[in-house]
Design a protein around this ligand. Sequence first.
Ligand code: ADP
Ligand code: 5GP
Length: 205
Amino acid sequence: MTACDHTSTTPLPNHNRGKLIIFSAPSGSGKSTIVQWLIHEHPEFNLSFSISCTSRQPRGAERDGIEYFFLTPEAFKEKIQADEFLEYEEVYENRFYGTLKSQVDKQTEAGENVIFDVDVKGGVNIKRFYGERALSIFIQPPSIEELRRRLEGRGTDAPEMIEQRLAKADYELTFASQFDHIVINDDLAKAQQETYELIKAFLKY
Ligand code: ADP
Ligand code: 5GP
């Protein structure tokens, strides 16, 4: 199966709408932390979070329609059949994640710059699909040991889930060079500032 198999081939009509900013990284690298900081601290960027669909259960305080649209595996598969996804991936066994075309359309048509937190394949596919209209940023953890500390410290996943996430990290790191930029998230404030500068230049603020 190639990385393109799950990506829509029908371009969305482009009338000078919002742009797309993609963040990908191994789980635990800190991309949600950075994305949320950008949204809350930089309203001038007019960023709106791309709410994905997932077939996994809500984690911690997650709410339907805010962090994700939580679907049953059956409902997710129905949307695949109906060609409703811009892209989707089975990121972990039996756990699907995908971006709805209608969701991205709605946000960009409102003139918002859409910010994505997607897995590495989804990130590469969205960038390929939108080309110059998209900026793709890979958030790299300083080491796998630190990734483990962060996942354990976050305290939101059962031990076996943490192992699944770590088992995938080496593979995910091999995608880094396919992104427009790599930001190493060692010192959080420094990584936040770097992403801020990249987005500022991309949006020409
Ligand atoms: P991701 O969205 O990539 O899975 P998170 O943003 O949830 O990762 O971050 C994982 C954990 O690591 C969180 O508890 C977060 O507070 C912490 N974290 C993020 N960046 C750093 C950093 N630079 N140094 C230490 N801890 C961090
Ligand atoms: P989590 O379970 O930690 O919320 O997410 C697991 C992984 O799925 C993360 O790497 C996250 O970025 C990714 N993900 C979330 N939404 C999407 C999506 O719409 N498409 C793809 N391809 N990956 C996604």
